[in-house]
Design a protein around this ligand. Structure first.
Ligand code: ADP
Length: 529
């Protein structure tokens, strides 16, 4: 099958079209909210972030900020979120109400002005900071040519200070400010440097979540550092200085009361030399105040019982529908229609981190030497796009690919495949392997970060496990592990059935993750200064 065309998502009539999940989520009735009056142990929590689903998204960060506040809200906390009012925000018909206009924000010795609007989604108040010069432009972080906006430290530093100013204007006293990634890491510094004597924040603590340590927000120090107003005495190598440049994430790590990342193994990896793009000594210095919490998954959309994109729903108790999903996958990707052949799926960004070059190196050997079909969905590196896009011509009926972004096809691949491959060089959490488990599609992964934490390696003696792992980042290791998975499929069907059952029994729901965050917040609040 040629790239880009035949595998395009199935067109359905408007009537048959499933309602986008986002809309359904948006229109849900807000939960009944406990407040401090009704629940004395309820916390006031302020999320400050650059992205939040369903309003604006470039990656997993938006999913976390879109889901976690809601689940914390369900646990009785007053959680509010501050994000920018970008040009591309999609409000899904929700009303926007003005909150403060104009609002003056102190950046160093300058006062700058913005407005704030709000909406409510699933019981969570979301504030949008409107500053057109900063946020009313193409994309979030870079221009159409993929060049970082040179004023990103101004833009996100302003967002951080605006979030704290807003607390004054709406009389919200946060117990905890939760920052995410380099963009809002400075809010942890503002609390300590700028607002240290501010009565509103006297008991406020901060937590910083690192979703990917590869992105640190490193920019020239001049003119940004002066603008931020965080005092030159904090421009030192243990805080904001990074070989003469400004490193926003590093500064945030120093000033945050607690730091976490999105899996235990990734937390371990990035506190070791070479693992954190230079952050290791600073993360290690946090000692007991740095740890990992695995991301949750929204099973309302990523579960074969509920999935509106797949040919037939199925469940752990009754997996018969998976057969139809497999057929549908084969049809869509013009693969030979065969119920018995093993199918390996892959979905992801074609970037160095994801290790697709290892798959590229071995995919011909895999399909030549094993009875297997392979389906690939992805976009990114132009060389890999060309390579995977052209493969169906060389292996008709055995390899299918679609070069592009299609949420629908991602669901179809998860449901119809027998295995799902993720050869990542590093992976802070990873979502697709967690989806795969729920669909009974056994993950084949390199044991790194969240992949290592969520996938349990198959034990040939006991049939324990829920997938297949390899450790060396080499094509050879990948090839032999795929061979091991495929031989299990054909030679040990009883073990396959057990592994699938184990996989489908796993629970990575947001309810569990939100409880872990709640515990972490309480630890932050107990932390003495
Ligand atoms: P990352 O955030 O590093 O991209 P994750 O595994 O955490 O990796 O999340 C990636 C998400 O993006 C998953 O939901 C995955 O299905 C989706 N995704 C990635 N590439 C594509 C694509 N080409 N088409 C559809 N969905 C995609």
């Amino acid at each position: 099958m040629a790239a880009k065309k035949p595998a395009a998502p199935k067109k359905k009539s408007a009537a048959a079209q499933p309602k986008p999940t986002i809309e359904r989520a948006v229109k849900q009735k807000p939960a009944v909210i406990a407040t401090r009056e009704t629940n004395p142990s309820a916390m006031n929590i302020l999320f400050v972030a650059a992205e939040m689903a369903p309003f604006i998204k470039s990656g997993g960060l938006a999913d976390v900020v879109g889901a976690l506040p809601h689940y914390l809200r369900m646990r009785g906390h007053d959680v509010r979120v501050v994000i920018p009012k970008y040009r591309d925000n999609d409000y899904h018909g929700l009303p926007l109400t003005p909150v403060v206009s104009p609002m003056g924000v102190w950046m160093g010795t300058n006062q700058e002005w913005c407005s704030v609007l709000q909406t409510v989604i699933n019981g969570v108040i979301v504030y949008f900071v409107e500053h057109d010069a900063y946020f009313n432009r193409f994309g979030m972080y870079h221009d159409a040519g993929m060049h970082d906006y040179h004023d990103n430290p101004h833009r996100y530093g302003f967002l951080c200070q605006a979030a704290l100013q807003l607390c004054h204007d709406v009389a919200f006293t946060p117990d905890l400010v939760h920052a995410h990634d380099w963009q809002t890491a400075p809010v942890c510094a503002y609390l300590k440097v700028w607002h240290q004597n501010d009565p509103l924040f006297v008991n406020t603590r901060s937590m910083l979540t690192i979703h990917n340590a590869a992105y640190q927000g490193v920019y020239p120090a001049a003119p940004h550092y002066d603008y931020l107003g965080l005092n030159w005495e904090n421009f030192t190598p243990d805080k904001f200085e990074d070989h003469g440049r400004l490193n926003l994430l590093k500064g945030g790590v120093h000033f945050a009361d607690m730091v976490n990342t999105v899996s235990r193994t990734y937390a371990h990896e990035i506190s070791r030399p070479f693992g954190a793009f230079g952050l290791a000594p600073y993360l290690s210095a946090k000692a007991g105040r740095f740890f990992g919490i695995i991301n949750g998954v929204d099973y309302r959309t990523w579960s074969p019982e509920n999935d509106t994109f797949i040919a037939s729903k199925f469940s752990r108790k009754d997996r018969s529908g998976k057969k139809q999903c497999k057929r549908d996958l084969q049809k869509r990707f013009l693969l030979a229609e065969d119920d018995d052949v093993a199918i390996i799926g892959a979905v992801g960004r074609f970037v160095h981190q994801k290790g697709y070059d290892l798959l590229a190196e071995k995919i011909a050997d895999i399909v030549n030497n094993m009875r297997v079909q392979v389906v690939i969905l992805g976009t990114g590196d132009p060389g890999l796009e060309r390579f995977f896009g052209d493969l169906p011509k060389s292996f008709p009926g055995r390899i299918g690919s679609y070069i592009g972004f299609s949420n629908e096809l991602a669901h179809v691949i998860e449901a119809g495949s027998d295995f799902f491959i993720m050869p990542s060089l590093y992976e802070p959490c990873g979502l697709n392997q967690i989806y795969s488990l729920r669909y009974g599609t056994l993950p084949i992964v390199r044991a790194t970060g969240g992949l290592d934490d969520t996938v349990k390696n198959y034990n040939e003696v006991s049939a324990e496990g829920n997938g297949f792992k390899f450790w060396d980042a080499t094509g050879t290791a990948l090839y032999y592990t795929v061979g091991w998975a495929i031989s299990t499929y054909y030679d040990r069907p009883a073990h396959m059935a057990t592994l699938i059952d184990n996989a489908m029994s796993e629970d990575f729901s947001w309810e569990k993750t939100a409880a872990e965050y709640e515990t972490a917040y309480r630890r932050v609040l107990e932390h003495q200064h």
